[in-house]
Design a protein around this ligand. Structure first.
Ligand code: SF4
Ligand code: SF4
Length: 407
């Protein structure tokens, strides 16, 4: 496993890092810790977790593996996060993470889940960054990082709000969304920060829907994992690419793919980018040319979610809706789109000539379906509960009757 220098920190992190949010059986702490240890044995030295991952068990699992990894005396790095909004809330969560991870100091502690541009200024005003600074001075944090879903040119100004505090960025960058996310990675690298990529395999898009992307595979690739890893590791801005492993077998297959991967020359990397765009056809490439919506609808976020609709052939309405709600922080799709004046400026400038308004309508329909399904489920549960209650009451009544008769 090769290592790269993590920005100006001088730390040497492995090219592949382990994302600890996909354990297949989080309740089985010891068994899952074996996957972490296996990755460590194969040279991975960067482990990324967070509170609440895997039913809030991820930090415990990593902490269990940390106990074993410490015995080897070999260097490894633990990264975790906090998304709290107030300075006073940082320390309790940090202390909880330290305890669960079995470490005295978090190597890379992230200001977590920066989805909207207003979030970091708010947290800064609420004293969150001051608390990070204080904890670093006390030796509880080694390096301060940010984890963000922001894209395009929104990232650089956000990083500058740290006034030099931030030493690394965790960003969801892969071969399908580089138009949106590469500018942020570049902004971080230019500021001397380490760049760790999450969603390296397209958040499941590349692996779960391989048929849609097969033409991107290159000579010698056994699967799209090879292609995706090669893409991220060929980007000079990237320090470590995270891959989420469910179990020991996942560790071995991804690291076998990594060992096959050869870094692309800058020219071949540009060719691959062009191929991705050419193969995208009906997909939104997240170029953000549609950014100047007069009513500020974040069109790229809706169209990125629509990509998930394409790969699931529209058969899983929950796929794009999940992406909008939980990845992009847009809980009410229909309400968010209600401001659209149908001026069609976005369609005129779209580099992919996408029928954006038509896609909005499809997403609204999907949301209605998801809501209806949730409502149906709720009603069924209530009915079940009511029937159970009635059954119990009937039983109790019969019991009382029997007792009366016996008496
Ligand atoms: S059609 Fe709607 S989404 Fe597109 S630019 Fe006009 S207002 Fe914005
Ligand atoms: S211009 Fe078209 S392809 Fe580019 S981000 Fe907007 S919708 Fe996507």
């Amino acid at each position: 496993m090769r290592q790269r220098v993590f920005g100006r920190t001088g730390e040497q992190t492995s090219e592949i890092g382990m994302g600890c949010m996909r354990f297949e059986a989080p309740e089985k702490i010891d068994e899952m810790a074996k996957a972490v240890y296996r990755a460590f044995e194969r040279g991975v030295n960067y482990f990324d977790t967070a509170p609440y991952y895997c039913n809030d068990k991820s930090e415990d699992i990593l902490g269990r593996a940390v106990k074993e990894m410490k015995k080897t005396g070999r260097k490894f790095y633990v990264a975790t996060k906090t998304g709290v909004g107030k300075g006073s809330e940082v320390r309790p969560q940090l202390e909880r993470s330290l305890k669960r991870l079995n470490v005295d100091c978090i190597d890379f502690y992230h200001v977590w889940c920066l989805v909207h541009s207003h979030q970091l200024p708010e947290r800064k005003a609420n004293g969150v960054l001051d608390e990070f600074r204080k904890a670093k001075e006390e030796g509880l944090i080694r390096h301060v990082c940010v984890s963000t879903h922001l894209g395009h040119d929104a990232v650089g100004p956000m990083l500058d709000l740290g006034d030099g505090l931030f030493e690394g960025i965790l960003i969801g960058l892969n071969m399908l969304n580089f138009n949106m996310r590469l500018p942020g990675a570049k902004a971080a690298a230019q500021r001397g920060m380490g760049v760790v990529t999450m969603n390296t395999l397209g958040g499941g898009l590349l692996t779960d829907h391989a048929a849609h992307y097969q033409q991107l595979m290159q000579k010698g690739d056994r699967c799209l994992v090879d292609t995706a890893l090669r893409f991220n590791l060929s980007l000079p801005e990237v320090t470590t690419a995270l891959v989420g492993f469910r179990n020991v077998a996942d560790v071995d297959s991804a690291l076998d793919a990594y060992e096959r991967v050869k870094i692309l020359s800058p020219r071949r990397l540009e060719d691959l980018k062009k191929n991705v765009i050419a193969a995208s056809q009906e997909f939104c490439t997240q170029c953000n040319y549609c950014r100047d919506c007069p009513v500020e609808i974040p069109i790229v976020r809706f169209m990125e979610a629509y990509n998930h609709r394409i790969v699931t052939d529209g058969k899983k309405p929950e796929a794009p809706i999940f992406q909008l709600r939980y990845h992009w922080g847009i809980p009410e799709i229909e309400a968010a789109l209600s401001a659209c004046t149908e001026c069609r400026h976005c369609e005129e400038v779209c580099t992919q000539h996408l029928p954006i308004l038509e896609r909005f309508e499809a997403l609204k329909k999907d949301e209605r379906k998801v809501k209806a399904a949730a409502e149906k489920k709720k009603q069924e549960k209530e009915k079940e509960k009511q029937e159970k209650k009635e059954k119990q009451e009937k039983k109790a009544k019969e019991k009382r009757k029997r007792k009366k008769q016996e008496a």
